[in-house]
Design a protein around this ligand. Structure first.
Ligand SMILES: Cc1cc2nc3c(=O)[nH]c(=O)nc-3n(C[C@H](O)[C@H](O)[C@H](O)COP(=O)(O)O)c2cc1C
Length: 209
């Protein structure tokens, strides 16, 4: 089959304005809990798009926490995404659960988590991940894989079982002002329910697919 022939019908479910929760956070919780319950691989993975000088870039990260205050993940603050975030705090998140025929778009502003929150999460990571945070100067050009392995070995010896959190490693939280919940439907007439922040409440609209 050639790539232009790939298409499928969506028929699993629907999303109506009257069934959507009044809170986009509760609607998000419902959908991600269903994705996790369905045992989807990387159900908590999301794309984050950032941009500097009007040049956007995207990559996947793992969602590590969510509540009404926002959506958090962890990374290297000196990475490409970290630099773009310092230049422009407006970001977009994207979740896609193919098996559930669902997509969620989120737009908002991003802030760093506190050092305390980042420390707490860092401590909960497996040892190799904590060493990895030291070994990898994320997004820098390196000569080869052996360089990385040598750095990991160096920090494993230096810190043994207790690597501290590197200063340039920590969390971010995305504070949303727009959500869109997409549910695939028959004949390309998909459901799209958008929540846009209006002072302290959320306006809910249906968008054309
Ligand atoms: C499923 C998946 C999950 C990932 N989770 C993270 C993450 O939580 N944090 C992170 O820094 N990179 C994560 N990565 C790697 C990023 O996609 C990316 O390669 C890295 O953060 C460097 O991006 P940057 O150069 O744009 O900053 C993940 C990649 C995949 C495919």
């Amino acid at each position: 089959m050639t790539i232009d022939k790939i298409r499928r019908d969506y028929k699993l479910a629907s999303l109506n304005k009257k069934d959507a929760d009044l809170s986009p956070f509760k609607q998000f919780a419902k959908w991600i809990e269903e994705a996790i319950k369905a045992n989807l691989i990387d159900a908590s993975a999301m794309s984050i798009s950032t941009s500097e000088n009007n040049k956007p870039s995207s990559r996947m990260v793992l969602l590590k926490g969510y509540d009404e205050s926002g959506f958090s993940f962890y990374t290297n603050y000196e990475s490409k995404k970290g630099k773009e975030i310092s230049a422009n705090p407006n970001v977009a998140l994207l979740f896609y659960w193919a098996e559930l025929e669902r997509q969620i778009r989120i737009e908002g502003r991003i802030e760093k988590l506190s050092e305390k929150e980042s420390e707490e999460y860092f401590k909960s990571r497996p040892l190799d991940a904590r060493i990895g945070a030291w070994a990898s100067q994320q997004s820098k050009v390196i000569s080869n894989r052996a360089y990385l392995a040598a750095k990991a070995a160096e920090f494993a010896t230096k810190f043994a079982l207790n690597p501290p959190k590197p200063k340039n490693w920590g969390g971010y939280k995305v504070i949303p002002n727009l959500f869109e919940f997409w549910q695939g439907r028959d004949s390309r007439l998909h459901d799209r329910i958008q929540y846009s922040k209006n002072n302290s409440t959320w306006d809910i609209d249906r968008l054309a697919p």
